[in-house]
Design a protein around this ligand. Structure first.
Ligand code: PMP
Length: 443
């Protein structure tokens, strides 16, 4: 398998040769929060795949739901006024639970195409309102919004721009709220004010009537699990409302219990105009994403489009098998998984906090089952690890040897997003194996 992989399978990494050098690790089975590799080694998956297997592995009821749907109706297009029962029911169940009036759901295949879809919807929206000049988009530094071309331009990680001429000239950024390394310090009020000022001046620089939408993640995930201060999300939302700018919450990571409730926006009673989700929607068992639209956005687009067809959609939009899985996963969340996630999340944060004294640990942050520790060379000066994939790779390898899968970002941040089904013992093992890995790294 390693040889075949080297020869033929292209992995989604920044350096295409790295898997050839290191060799692929093949997973063969999984149950709950434990994954097994081809050598029979068992590990706790502290990252739920790629922040997605929120329900944990090996749920027979999810498998049954998919199999039942495959037997009955494995495919139905959502084009031409056609539909399928699971897709309709899932849209309705999601709308019932979404914040505020996010009552309209558009299904995609994952997060990147959900984000791309919002850009098109937003352009349709402003066209329908007779304001086509509102065609400029703003997002936040260190944000991640996918790796399709439009999404990659909203993403603020340089590796996703190189060689593509990205971001597009209509895609702008404001600095992140990143508290640990913020020039304004780490006071919540100062950070909120700095973000508001940055957004205001960006809008002025672009032109006051030119900005279509502002994109945020309730917690920045791929940028290194950067948690904004309490009140930040709400302040940004209110600012956008006052300036008639659409506010888009990208909940691809934070949605479906990752931070506690079903949607992180609910924690600050924020109702965005549009919201993107994926990952936990189907818990990674099958691909699916969903764009949520507020009533006024949907009504404007639907009325404005009139007889003109909106040319947007995918062959697998609203896939019935994915929708059947989504319905089953939603039941699991509400039959104990969300509650367990909240309990396990508290224990995870306490456990990681106990590592704060470790000489390598500069910062510990997170909410619920979404957390990170940031490693530093020097705690006092907060000197970051050298920005290179190699130290991260070594920590990832050591953790693997110690029976733990984590995400080791190139900037020295270790990311945690375990399945919400983790037991107390598993959470404690995640923390213990992290401590062991850090001790070994010091040696
Ligand atoms: N938005 C956010 C916030 C994400 O974290 C991701 C994926 N990590 C995406 C969008 C893109 O989702 P996908 O990989 O499913 O295309």
């Amino acid at each position: 398998l390693i040889e075949l992989d080297r020869a033929h399978l292209i992995h989604p990494v920044a350096s295409y040769r790295s898997h050839e050098k290191h060799g692929v690790r093949v997973l063969t089975s999984a149950k709950g929060a434990t994954v097994t590799d081809a050598s029979g080694k068992q590990l706790i998956d502290g990252f739920a795949g790629l922040w997605c297997v929120n329900a944990g592995y090996g749920h027979d009821s999810i498998v049954e739901a998919a199999a039942r749907q495959m037997r009955e109706l494995p495919y139905a297009t959502a084009y031409f006024g056609l539909g399928s029962e699971p897709a309709i029911r899932l849209a309705s169940e999601l709308a019932d639970r979404a914040p505020g009036d996010l009552n309209h759901v558009y299904f995609t295949l994952g997060g990147s195409d959900a984000v791309d879809s919002t850009v098109r919807f937003i352009r349709y929206y402003w066209n329908a309102r007779g304001r086509p000049e509102r065609d400029q988009f703003i997002s936040v530094e260190q944000g991640y919004h996918g790796s399709s071309t439009v999404g990659a331009g909203l993403t603020a990680l340089p590796a996703f721009h190189a060689g593509f001429g990205l971001p597009f000239d209509w895609q702008h950024k404001i600095p992140s709220h990143y508290a640990y390394r913020n020039p304004v310090g780490d006071s919540p009020q100062a950070i909120i004010e700095a973000s508001l000022t940055a957004l205001k001046s960006k809008i002025e620089a672009i032109g006051p009537d030119r900005v279509a939408a502002f994109y945020v993640e309730p917690i920045q995930g791929s940028g290194g699990v950067l948690v904004p201060p309490k009140g930040w999300l709400r302040a940004m939302r209110e600012f956008c409302r006052e300036h008639d700018i659409l506010f888009v919450a990208d909940e691809v990571i934070t949605g479906f219990g990752r931070t506690g409730p079903l949607f992180a926006c609910s924690e600050e009673e924020v109702v965005p105009d549009l919201m993107t989700t994926a990952k936990g929607l189907t818990s990674g068992y099958v691909p699916m994403g969903a764009v949520f639209m507020a009533d006024h956005v949907y009504e404007t687009i639907a009325d404005g489009a009139g007889a003109t067809a909106i040319g947007h959609g995918f062959t697998y939009s609203a896939h019935p098998v994915s929708a059947a899985v989504g319905l089953e996963v939603l039941k699991l969340y509400e039959n104990g998984l969300l509650d367990n996630g909240v309990k396990a999340g508290k224990r995870l944060m306490q456990g990681l906090e106990s590592l704060r004294d470790h000489p390598l640990v500069g910062d510990v942050r997170g909410r619920g089952m979404l957390a990170a520790i940031e490693l530093v060379v020097d705690k006092v000066n907060r000197t970051p690890l050298p920005a290179s994939a190699e130290p991260a790779r070594r920590i990832f390898d050591r953790a693997w040897e110690n029976g733990l899968v984590i995400r080791a970002f190139a900037n020295g941040v270790l990311g945690y997003a375990p399945p919400l089904c983790c037991t107390e013992t598993e959470i404690d093992a995640i923390v213990d194996r992290t401590r062991l890995t850090l001790d070994e790294t010091l040696e």
